[in-house]
Design a protein around this ligand. Structure first.
Ligand code: HEC
Ligand code: HEC
Length: 302
């Protein structure tokens, strides 16, 4: 059928387009008004948006828009707010006393979070992620401290270290009584048995035929050797001396192990643990947070 011959569909009343496919003809229906309306609306919206908001790239710059909205300034503002927030609590942790911080739950929450990260990054390699230590590295979650457990003591230990290169380092040494021939082999064994019995009271009741090393007579002899050689550092009651970093030998907090063999090895060969100084490496704030973090861990873990 020729295109110029317009044909009206008798059923709908619309003209046809003149196209025909196997007897099916296409109606020439107008686009619905709503479509034009929404098209116009979106064009209008785009134009308004371009005017108000950053939109078109112009080489090295872009159209900024009348509202001056900029994601970069928004981010900068948020960061600034966070920094102000941070400086408020860092100033408080820096200036307030240990007890005041410990009694403030909000500050302690910050201490716990920041402390966990600081400890993980700097201390966990030696003291373990849970701060419970391991052979030759003390457990920092008990109430047994080599150098005293007051906040100031712990803070200072972290600052200067133990047997470290710091000029004010804490210095300690367990002499090598056997290797340096201060005591004969048999005496080292005896005093080891005595030290072992302090944490194993039932050792005295074990039949010496079963274990001759812990014969009550051996322990008795060891006690005398202890009084003569060890009390100057570990104390008359063997409870240690925080002035000298000498550990309490009556509790179950062992640095090098509490078996008879480990104790014997400590006395025979001596011990001199080394803890780095953190003064040059961590800020005073970070060291204070770590001190509070450790004290807090101790109250959490019995
Ligand atoms: C290179 C290993 C090492 C690292 C890292 C280390 N320490 Fe130590 N720390 C030790 C050793 C070893 C001792 C025990 C020294 C001794 O036997 O006298 C110790 C002792 C301590 C003590 C004294 C414990 C007491 O009973 O008085 C504190 C507190 C301490 N460390 C805290 C920390 C903190 C906090 C960090 C991280 C900033 C840290 N340590 C990182 C090895 C380490
Ligand atoms: C000069 C002081 C000094 C004298 C004397 C001394 N000790 Fe020690 N002893 C220490 C110090 C300090 C340590 C901790 C060493 C370390 O942490 O590396 C220690 C550690 C030990 C340990 C290991 C504790 C643990 O937790 O693993 C044993 C066991 C011990 N001493 C027994 C003795 C006995 C027994 C004598 C006497 C024969 C003695 N000490 C004499 C200072 C001394």
């Amino acid at each position: 059928m020729a295109v110029d011959q317009q044909e009206r569909d008798s059923y709908t009343g619309y003209l046809t387009t003149g196209h025909e496919w196997n007897g099916i003809k296409e109606l020439n229906t107008p686009v619905p008004r709503a479509v034009y309306f929404f098209l116009a609306l979106s064009v209008l919206f785009s134009v308004v948006y371009w005017i108000l908001m950053p939109a078109w790239p112009l080489g090295v710059t872009y159209t900024k828009g009348l509202l001056g909205v900029d994601q970069r300034t928004t981010v900068a503002a948020t960061l600034n707010e966070a920094a102000i927030d941070r400086s408020v609590w860092t100033r408080r942790i820096e200036t307030e006393g240990f007890a005041a911080i410990q009694s403030d739950p909000k500050l302690m929450e910050i201490v716990r979070n920041a402390g966990r990260t600081l400890f993980g990054d700097n201390c966990a390699a030696c003291h373990g992620h849970d701060a419970k230590g391991g052979p030759a590295y003390p457990n920092l979650t008990t109430s047994s401290w080599l150098w005293g457990g007051k906040p100031e003591d712990i803070f200072n230990t972290i600052r200067v270290g133990i047997n470290s290169a710091h000029k004010d380092t804490r210095v300690s040494q367990m002499p090598a009584f056997g290797r340096d021939q201060m005591l004969p082999r048999a005496d080292v064994m005896k005093v080891a048995s005595f030290v072992y019995s302090l944490t194993h009271p039932d050792a005295t009741t074990i039949d010496p035929k079963v274990d001759p090393k812990i014969d009550p007579k051996t322990i008795e002899a060891g006690k005398e050797i202890f009084a003569a050689n060890c009390v100057s550092c570990h104390g008359d009651d063997a409870k240690g001396n925080p002035e000298l970093g000498a550990p309490d030998l009556t509790d179950k907090s062992w640095i090098y192990g509490g078996s008879l063999e480990a104790i014997d090895t400590s006395i025979w060969g001596g011990r001199q643990g080394q803890m780095p100084s953190w003064e040059g490496r961590l800020s005073e704030l970070d060291r204070k947070i770590l001190t509070l973090y450790l004290l807090d861990k101790r109250t959490v873990t019995p």
